[in-house]
Design a protein around this ligand. Sequence first.
Ligand code: GLN
Length: 214
Amino acid sequence: MSHATAPLIGVLALQGDVREHRAMLERAGAETLAVRRPEEVARVDGIVIPGGESTTISKLARAFGVLDPLREALHAGLPGFGTCAGMIMLAEHIEAGIAGQETFGGLDVVVRRNAFGRQVDSFEADLEVTGFDSPFHAMFIRAPWVEKVGQSVEVVARVSVVHHGERPHAAADAVGRIVAVRQGSLLATSFHPEITGDPRIHAMFVDMVRESGG
Ligand code: GLN
């Protein structure tokens, strides 16, 4: 499909910041659709998987009948962007998941759930993101990190300096951790780019969707 017009990007609407993601994608020039059903999966040129709780998203995706269709679409090349729990949902391998926790997969990474600690360990950091000419201010909420990457995975951002670590020991641990990755048409961030008003990560994904459709 070619995109002389705006691409249609779905936001998985089972849990999380659906409205905020749609607003950022629209600012970046895409049209958006809330996705809850297989028919909607079939319509979109790309899919965003918001944060929330990956175990819940996984169960809801199964209950709504979109777990297998989305898994198949992503493996067949549908561009996907996962944030926080969405990153976990895109990972082929997870650490500290619950027994039998299912993901869509696609990204050749090991992602550790709740890696930075629990809710009290939420923090903010300015990140150097590949391709950006100024830092991206990122918010982490019970975030995962990427523990291992496969050969075809590009590291897009690591934590450098932590600004508001509520627990200094957790913050010290955070430095150097991989928090954004890209593999082909898949993008994932440990943080929540939909809530800080900076559309650059969403714009990166919209570009990826346009490129994949070209
Ligand atoms: N801790 C959550 C999980 O394991 C992710 C948190 C988030 O998406 N903000 O799914």
